[in-house]
Write a protein of this length. Sequence first.
Length: 274
Amino acid sequence: MADCQQGKKACINGIQMYYEESGNSCAAHTIVLLHGFLSSSFSFRMLVPYLAKDFRVLSVDLPPFGYSDKTKKFYYSYKNIAATVLQLLEEINIERFSVAGHSMGGQIALNMMLQSPEKIDKGILLSSSGYYTRAKRHHILASYLPFFPVFVKHYLGKTGVVGNLKSVVYDQALIDKTMIDGYAKPFESTEIFPALARLLRHREGDLSEKSLQNIETPCLLIWGENDKIVPVNIGKRLSKDLPYARLVVFKETGHLVPEERPKEVYEEISSFIN
């Protein structure tokens, strides 16, 4: 991720939200980028230079990730995170935009489309999560235990950053020191682990089929054929439940579509928006 000083922060819904602006502020179209679980704006570092040629681009660190707050006061439901992003955009005078969400960020984007359809021109779902239910009751109850954040830290540390990257990238040669350091950075703060426990507790589950069928925003779905995290059959199912959706599948591509196929993703988005 770019150094924090290069980004901006705004106090929204009781927390400090971090975001980065790129491209032409006078461009006719704005694209808002939302990263996935355990990630940050860093995950769009390969895609942003392409998008910035044509669009005003805003990359947002969703709470509790990246440089955004990891407070115990925030309610980490998808509905509230989506509302907080919408408030941020209102605060910085972005009235109309398209939204692109990767993985968990796709669910946040879909929630935004339900909450403020009049503000969103197009939706782009990059290997978006879909149809996951709420955490099991015993996991939610366990999240209240004082040592649970330590368990979360241990659980995430078992495979390590490199192990996690190997599971989300098709071409392992892409994994270099810059990528490893960028994805490791959010976990340097110990505050992330109690916040992740709260996210587990508050997350209400992905949108139902009925809710998806009520979304009238035109959506472009981009998937990797070799995605092990959110398999392409989820993309196929979403493309049927969303009334105005088109699915594009890239061969020899895993879950990190914005990192693995930035030029192709840009070309699909540019064609879709224009």
